[in-house]
Design a protein around this ligand. Structure first.
Ligand SMILES: CN1C(=O)N(C)[C@H]2CS[C@@H](CCCCC(=O)O)[C@H]21
Length: 110
């Protein structure tokens, strides 16, 4: 879960680092009804792996890509320190310049 109240459920990580899951967000940049959204990604197969995944939002025409690293924090708990790019859909190429948001967000294991 992150500080925005979002949480992710991740399936088992395959032998090549591929994983999939579901992202449930508590907030949206749209005013649409929020629903679970699928995600797919890869992690490196080592301790404290780097990780990346994409969320295809089911309730908006947006896509978010996340990248970061998994560390063990001071309490011995895994934490994901992530950067993300949220690309919102645009009806007009003239609006392209304002359609990508960037942010940083940490996830702790529930
Ligand atoms: C809740 N969020 C969250 O947990 N983030 C790390 C950020 C980056 S993805 C965004 C939600 C986008 C929802 C879909 C849309 O608004 O079009 C925001």
């Amino acid at each position: 879960m992150n500080n925005l109240g979002s949480n992710m459920t991740i399936s088992a990580v395959s032998r090549n680092g591929l994983f999939s899951g579901v992202y449930l967000t508590a907030v949206s940049a749209t005013n649409k009804t929020i629903m679970e959204s699928p995600l797919i990604g890869y992690q490196q197969l080592k301790g404290s792996p780097t990780i990346g995944f994409t969320v295809k939002w089911t309730f908006s025409d947006s896509i978010t890509v996340f990248t970061g690293q998994c560390f063990i924090n001071g309490k011995g708990r895994p934490v994901l320190l992530m950067s993300w790019l949220l690309r919102s859909d645009s009806d007009n190429i003239k609006d392209d310049w304002k359609q990508t948001r960037v942010g940083f967000n940490n996830f702790e294991k529930l």
